[in-house]
Design a protein around this ligand. Structure first.
Ligand code: ADP
Ligand code: ZN
Ligand code: ZN
Length: 748
């Protein structure tokens, strides 16, 4: 007798060859148990494989379907929503379906259910612990750190957390136990939230909204019943966005719905976590990568079971198994961490939007420097713009001064610091206030900059800076491949002061120490924070004002929020400004605005000094004026003119090989094939640029070439592009690696 039920499944195997549903028969003993979203075991060739049910059928699609062997869990691991979502995601972001299914699965650790946790408890009051810590500092640094951290946590800390914070191993713990300073207890891990950040001045009482907040709140509230569901809260730091998120969360819960709260990075949002915990103590869950696998699974289960109704997490939390979502919050929606850089290369915003639509939920995005994509959405009426113009507590935005480094150069100052920044540093140190010096991440590929007039050559057709290559010496556009001789003399001012521009944090540190001997300086970059626990150490020495100057790359120092800082110096704004990326202007504006926000958080009015060779650049001028509007106007004009996102879509195809000519030739062949396939469907509006060497030309011994598609609506050709790319990758095998990135955030 033929089976009456069939299931289409996706095999749990990452391979192009099986990237489609296979049909199996549901045997009678499993009938009624298998649903869409079930994890099953199926025969495949001569093996057994795990697979996920994506559809049920009444009819066989092929002859001789084989039987499903078994079902793996008591409930479907994927909610039906995720079957749809993963399919959509894999098409949009050029991944295999199974790869996007993996995003939606419960965290590993199901088996490892760690129900117990080792907790380290201090045995003396904080003051005494601190004294001992000070005594040990020079002899046993790790032991000292352990005591220091326990002095801050009277109720103790899980060993795992303590270990991460201090970088200490078991061998540092043992002597302290022996000498009776602390003890270890094994306790049930009923709550993984011990690792709570210390936050001062958390507000849990309900505030009276300001008139601006009130106006925004009326709109948001209407969103729960009305048709306008997407909102962008555009408000400077401190304007009270978080308060609106919290109100909205309360509203959603009141309506019996759940809340998904997305942040760019957990570590940077202690205040929000604290507030959510205080307001929603029983229904809050934190999805955090630092939880142990067992704890992570526990949290996942709480969400899945509907016990946790307010979920906070970074990028991957957008796949939290919530049902009946009423609100999705996306704080700092412009941040790059929302885009995943490995396959599936999804953008959290797109997924959030998809889920919000699926659940008919309110989507609340917030930023002080919104992405152009989201801002354009408000113009196109997809999202509603809500503006908060004033800081709640009345702190004024800092004064920003732009220093023209060409003048400094002209005046014979060849140092890193302008006279103005140097003087400001002197004054700040004299007043015993603190200084942050930011160096935007070092340019990986250099560019030639004229120190006399500030000129940096751009590609005539792509409007991105040309990258300098030394052997053989030339300049090249990494979008279209345009190439020209390197400059000997500046074509604008005829000077010969052309320099391959780049500057490291170490050099800045040395300079500060030279000028201000005896001043305590800490440096925070990928070198100094490589050691575990180093981040916290640097953080606390600055927090406790043992250090007066912090030098850092902006990426790392992002969450720093210290009232003692009254001077922020941007040492070389040009570095981000001349990244070979069409978003360089946007990124510079965001970084400068963010850095400006670091100054004057306390009662003192802050000051910001931006050093640049291109003081006339709109990103710098707008940041100095605190004017997003100015920046936006100019940037939108440019993007439109050159048809860059958000006015177009981009697909970036990267081909890499251990042998440089192979990568290049392959990219050329691929381009020809893509061009042909698209011409068959009569596509003329799409531009296909390259192949050109990627700005990061060589990574891990592989040479990288890239092709760039640009078009108004590339998604409609995704299928064709996918077919060609995958046909090619099948032919070449491992020799060439191909990645496809839809709407990349970085074009490197
Ligand atoms: P943002 O999220 O925009 O950076 P926050 O929501 O964190 O700003 O608000 C900044 C500060 O102002 C916080 O300390 C917050 O508690 C406080 N705050 C927000 N709204 C109000 C209000 N209506 N009345 C008084 N204080 C407020
Ligand atoms: Zn010049
Ligand atoms: Zn170009």
């Amino acid at each position: 007798m033929a089976a009456e039920l069939y299931a289409r499944v996706i095999l749990d195997m990452v391979s192009n060859a099986v990237d489609r549903p296979f049909q199996y028969a549901v045997p009678s003993h499993l009938a009624g148990k298998i649903e869409v979203g079930s994890r099953v075991l199926v025969p495949f060739r001569s093996r057994q494989m795990v697979a996920y049910v994506v559809a049920l059928d009444r009819e066989p699609l092929i002859n001789n379907t084989r039987d499903i062997i078994d079902i793996q869990d008591p409930f479907p691991v994927l909610q039906p929503e995720f079957v749809e979502l993963s399919h959509w995601l894999s098409r949009r972001f050029f991944s295999r379906w199974i790869e996007s299914i993996h995003l939606c699965l419960p965290p590993a650790g199901e088996k490892a259910k760690a129900r117990h946790v080792e907790k380290v408890l201090p045995l003396f009051p904080p003051e005494i612990m601190r004294e001992e810590s000070a005594r040990l500092k020079s002899k046993a640094f790790r032991q000292a750190l352990i005591l220091e951290h326990l002095a801050l946590a009277e109720e103790g800390l899980p060993w795992r957390v303590l270990k991460a914070k201090t970088g200490a191993g078991r061998q540092s713990l043992v002597p302290l136990i022996k000498r009776g300073w602390l003890k270890i207890e094994t306790v049930p891990s009923e709550s993984p939230l011990w690792d709570k950040p210390q936050v001062e001045g958390t507000i849990s009482k309900k505030l009276t909204l300001t008139s601006e907040q009130e106006a925004a709140w009326r709109e948001i509230k209407e969103g729960f019943t009305g048709r306008q569901k997407q909102f962008l809260i555009f408000g400077v730091t401190g304007s009270g966005k978080t308060e609106l998120y919290l109100r909205a969360a309360e509203e959603a819960l009141k309506r019996g719905r759940t809340v998904l709260f997305l942040v760019p990075e957990i570590a940077l949002t202690p205040q929000i976590i604290e507030q959510l915990k205080t307001r929603f103590p029983d229904s809050f869950a934190l999805l955090h990568s630092s939880l142990s696998p067992g704890e992570r699974y526990e949290q996942w289960l709480r969400v899945k079971r509907g016990e946790a109704r307010v979920v906070l997490g970074a990028r991957s939390a957008v796949f939290a198994p919530l049902s009946n979502i009423g609100l999705i919050v996306m704080d700092e929606e412009h941040e790059n961490t929302y885009k995943q850089s490995e396959s599936p290369r999804y953008h959290t915003r797109d997924v959030a939007r998809w889920r919000a639509a699926y659940h008919d939920a309110v989507l609340l995005m917030g930023s002080a420097t919104p992405s152009l994509e989201t801002f354009l959405d408000t113009r196109r009426k997809k999202a509603k713009l809500l503006t908060l113009t004033r800081r709640v507590e009345g702190h004024r935005l800092p004064d920003v001064e732009v220093v023209d480094m060409r003048r400094e150069f002209g005046a014979g100052n060849r140092g890193i610091f302008s006279r103005s920044l140097r003087k400001a540093m002197e004054e700040t140190l004299h007043r015993q206030e603190q200084i942050m010096l930011f160096l935007n991440r070092r340019g990986f590929a250099g560019f030639q900059l004229c120190r006399q007039c500030g000129l940096v050559l751009k590609c005539p057709s792509c409007d991105v800076s040309l990258t300098y290559h030394s052997s053989p010496e030339h300049l090249q556009c990494h979008y279209c491949g345009y190439r020209r001789a390197a400059l000997q003399f500046c074509p604008q001012c005829k000077s010969r002061y052309l320099r391959n521009f780049g500057l490291g944090t170490q050099k800045v540190e040395r300079e500060v120490q030279n000028i201000f001997p005896g001043v305590e300086v800490v440096r925070m970059d990928s070198d100094t924070t490589a050691v575990r626990g180093a981040y916290d150490r640097i953080w606390s020495s600055f927090k406790e004002k043992r250090a007066s100057v912090l030098i850092g790359t902006q990426m790392i120092a992002k969450g720093f929020d210290f009232p003692g800082v009254t001077l922020v110096g941007i040492v070389a704004a040009d570095i981000t400004l001349h990244l070979p990326d069409f978003r360089a202007g946007e990124r510079t504006f965001q970084l400068l605005s963010q850095a400006a926000g670091r100054s004057g958080r306390g009662a003192q009015r802050g000051r910001v000094i931006i050093q640049t060779f291109t003081p006339w650049h709109y990103s710098i001028k707008a940041a100095a004026e605190h004017s997003y509007k100015d920046f936006l106007q100019e940037e939108l004009k440019r993007r439109k003119l050159l048809l860059y996102p958000p006015f177009s879509e981009i697909i970036l195809i990267n081909c890499s090989s251990l042998q440089e000519p192979k990568a290049r030739l392959f990219a050329e062949k691929l381009k020809a094939a893509l061009a042909e396939s698209l011409s068959i469907v009569g596509e003329k509006e799409t531009e296909l640029l390259g192949p050109s060497p990627a700005p990061l030309f060589k990574i891990k011994d592989r040479f990288r070439y890239q092709l760039i598609f640009k078009g108004i609506n590339l998604q409609q050709y995704a299928g064709i592009i996918r077919d060609v790319v995958w046909r090619f990758s099948q032919e070449t095998g491992e020799e060439i690696r191909i990645t496809v990135d839809f709407n990349p955030m970085m074009m490197l």
